[in-house]
Design a binder for this molecule. Structure first.
Ligand SMILES: N[C@@H](CCC(=O)N[C@@H](CS)C(=O)NCC(=O)O)C(=O)O
Length: 235
């Protein structure tokens, strides 16, 4: 049996990235099989890949005859099967804390349909316009879009206005960052405020202080939902 470890991965996929980090930490020789999620509608929807992972998502790890899906399951598998650097903390308490953080980062009970996620070429207004064209021209249009940032949300709002789609009556749009763009368009964008000043100050302070016991201190800067006029109540 072929003993090469193979990772089906896309360079921009954060779930694949964490597995690539794990393989490198374990210093395991492996081959990366690129799956382009963007080219021609996405290679992850092709029949060969669908057979490997019916969820049509990367990463997928092949080790000997085993096919393992889901990045955290892959990481735990590598930890159990291979020696080398540890991927999880040393005590049960710390491992529980690490797993709790990961769980907390999952979307809270919201089922994301794979076809509802669109990846833009960049993270600018132009990409928001392109994505607007792709999703708002569908027969079954979504009633709400959560954009990667305020710029993409603004591009989408521009597309909507230009095509007679009223925001927020026909379409709610939310962004992320609470930058200037969130207030520069009509309607002002519902967004998530990032405390940039506080984040920069904390980052600089962390750089300046010696890490206690070799571990950097962790600082969490809470974000805040800012509800403006680009979103309406669900109908
Ligand atoms: N929970 C999965 C998430 C995998 C996932 O969402 N992968 C994304 C890339 S980061 C993907 O393949 N998206 C393609 C799609 O949803 O169409 C994991 O941790 O492996």
């Amino acid at each position: 049996m072929d003993s090469t470890i193979r990772l089906y991965s896309y360079w921009r996929s954060s779930a694949s990235y964490r597995v690539r980090i794990a393989l490198n930490l374990k210093q395991l020789k492996h081959e990366v099989v690129p799956v382009n999620l963007v080219k021609e509608g996405g290679e992850h929807h092709l029949a060969d890949f669908h057979q490997l992972n019916p969820q049509e998502r990367v990463p997928v790890l092949i080790d000997g005859g085993r096919v393992i899906r889901q990045s955290l399951a892959i990481i735990e598998y590598l930890e159990e099967v291979y020696d080398g650097n540890h991927l999880l903390p040393g005590t049960a308490r710390e491992r529980a804390r690490a797993r709790r953080r990961f769980d907390a980062a999952r979307p809270g009970g919201v089922q994301r349909h794979r076809r509802q996620l669109r990846i833009g070429k960049q993270a600018h207004e132009a990409a928001g316009l392109d994505i607007g064209a792709a999703i708002l021209s569908q027969r079954q249009r979504p009633s709400a879009v959560y954009a990667f940032n305020d710029e993409m949300a603004a591009g989408l709002i521009n597309y909507a206005w230009a095509h007679g789609i009223h925001v927020p009556r026909d379409l709610s749009v939310a962004g992320f960052d609470d930058g200037e763009m969130a207030r520069a368009v009509w309607p002002p964008i519902t967004t998530v405020h990032q405390p940039l000043d506080e984040m920069v100050r904390a980052a600089v302070a962390l750089l300046a202080e010696p890490a206690a016991h070799g571990k950097p201190r962790e600082v969490v800067c809470p974000v805040q939902l800012v509800v403006r006029e680009s979103t309406a109540a669900a109908q």
